[in-house]
Write a protein that binds this ligand. Structure first.
Ligand SMILES: [Zn+2]
Length: 81
């Protein structure tokens, strides 16, 4: 039985999806440890100790804390409503 047109389309979509997922996974892996060792937020060098604990850190401790604070505030406001 020949493959119907819709089946062909499903197969093609599946292949595209696979390629897309593979591409995404490769992109994830390409996220190397922060090679410059500088904060992407403020540009300061990231503390060596921090890079040792999390080599993929892209922000310094100060900026990381700032981000946490903002997240906490948002969370707090959300809980108040
Ligand atoms: Zn910073």
């Amino acid at each position: 039985m020949p493959i119907s047109r819709s089946e062909m389309e499903i197969l093609t979509n599946q292949q595209q999806l696979d390629a897309h997922i593979k591409h995404r996974l490769l992109a994830e892996e390409a996220k190397e440890p922060n090679s410059t060792g500088h904060c992407i937020s403020c540009g300061d060098p990231i503390e060596e100790a921090r890079l040792k604990v999390s080599p993929k850190a892209t922000t310094c401790i100060a900026c990381e804390h700032k981000r946490d604070d903002e997240r906490d505030r948002k969370h707090h406001f959300g809980a108040c409503r």
